[in-house]
Design a protein around this ligand. Structure first.
Ligand SMILES: [Zn+2]
Length: 424
């Protein structure tokens, strides 16, 4: 039975992978709708032949990696359960020390280490792909250093969550999901508060804008939207990537707008001001807080479903998965599978909400700067330097796109430009 289940799981994963290979590589590319051809959103008007080809190639492989990696995690944890690794990790933990409070930590370490090793090839392929296409500029040791920081931050976070979770399960078999959720509210807020000042600086350096002339312009605009000057930062990304970006992060007194130095290096002042105005909308309209609110609501539902699904699975397949009881730490891989599946399934909805905020931010930015030429060219440059797909296939858009496609974004700006010209 166990072997059969393992075989079918691998088979399902392979078929799933083949489906996406067919969908992304064999199906004819989505054609640019007639009404967009020759407009400023049409990539053939602003990318040269080589860039067009690279964009298509690179995005296809990236998209395939995206669709392969999450279900690969499910398969990994499934096999960890099925072939008794979870049971073995627990045994190793118990035999390595007599201190009971360390058992969960040691179990978690083995599980995290095996998961890291299993997913390493996909991460490495993704890194070297990005390097081949000259997006990533990071050396292997520098990339590996970031990977290790990732590993320890993940491990540390789960080390806080997991013991509390299993303690709650033991205290209340029927309500642990609710108590767990209640505790996750202050924890999430605390982590969001710490993120920009404790976690992010482990990876990069953050500092006030270097270009003082530009800073004056940016801060003047920020003042119009009542954003304090000390909340605007530059980060050194040039040694890691050629892509451009800017984002809003943190909550409360740690809320801030961060501009990648690559963005500052490659765009002119008017283009940067447009990008900055876009980020200011996120800041002013408190999109982060809406995001956290939505996340907490979804996680309440998610934890309840996890509780139900875990009980059902252990009752039905407890023997095959070698989980005697939901409250046994051996069920942790099952917990990870279910959480990851729920996140994957809900991503079309969360992406949809995010695309709505992004559309608003674009509108705000163009109203603020009233310079569609700079706005359009900044998006064209964003596309070029990140080799991003202007008009992605439908499933990619639904599962991957937290921003509207560049086709949508640029054509909206062009509409504004035409209206502006007609009003003159
Ligand atoms: Zn945005």
């Amino acid at each position: 039975m166990v072997r059969k289940m393992g075989f079918y799981a691998v088979l399902a994963y392979v078929l799933y992978g083949l489906f996406f290979y067919w969908y992304l590589f064999q199906l004819p590319e989505p054609k640019l709708p007639f009404e967009y051809q020759g407009t400023k959103a049409d990539p053939t008007t602003f990318l040269n032949g080589r860039e067009l080809m690279l964009t298509e190639e690179y995005s296809k492989i990236r998209n395939l990696l995206f669709f392969l990696s999450t279900p690969f995690e499910w398969l990994f944890y499934f096999l960890i359960l099925l072939f008794g690794f979870s049971k073995a990790f627990k045994r190793w933990a118990e035999s390595s020390t007599k201190y009971k409070f360390l058992h969960t930590a040691i179990y978690l370490f083995w599980l995290s280490l095996f998961a890291y090793i299993a997913t390493f090839p996909l991460s490495y392929i993704s890194y070297s792909l990005s390097k081949t296409y000259h997006i990533s500029t990071q050396s292997f040791p520098a990339w590996m250093k970031d990977e290790l920081i990732d590993f320890w931050i993940n491990f540390g976070t789960w080390l806080i969550i997991v013991p509390v979770l299993y303690w709650l399960m033991k205290k209340s078999k029927k309500r642990w999901w609710l108590y767990g959720w209640l505790l996750s509210v202050p924890f999430t807020l605390f982590m969001m508060f710490l993120q920009p000042v404790v976690i992010d600086p482990l990876y990069n350096d953050f500092y006030p804008l270097k270009d003082k002339q530009l800073e004056t312009k940016i801060l003047a605009m920020a003042e119009k939207s009542h954003i304090p000057a000390k909340h605007v930062f530059e980060v050194d990304m040039a040694e890691k990537t050629n892509a451009l970006n800017a984002y809003v992060t943190g909550i409360g007194s740690n809320a801030r707008i961060v501009l990648w130095d690559t963005t500052l290096n490659k765009l002119n002042d008017n283009q940067i001001l447009f990008i900055m105005a876009h980020e200011m909308c996120h800041y002013v309209e408190k999109h982060i807080y809406w995001g956290i609110g939505g996340y907490l609501l979804l996680s309440l539902l998610g934890l309840y479903l996890t509780y139900r699904l875990m009980n059902w699975t252990v009752k039905r397949y407890g023997k095959e998965f070698k989980i005697p009881d939901v409250r046994d730490i051996r069920s942790l891989p099952l917990f990870f599978i279910i959480i990851s599946m729920l996140i994957f399934v809900s991503s079309p909805f969360t992406n949809f909400a995010s695309r709505y905020q992004e559309t608003r931010a674009d509108q705000y930015a163009i109203q603020m700067t009233k310079n569609p030429k700079a706005a359009i060219s900044s998006f064209q440059e964003l596309t070029r330097s990140g080799l991003s797909q202007v008009n992605p296939p439908q499933l990619v858009k639904i599962f991957r796109y937290t921003h509207p496609s560049m086709l949508d974004r640029i054509s909206k700006l062009e509409e504004y430009e035409i209206k502006q010209r007609n009003n003159e």
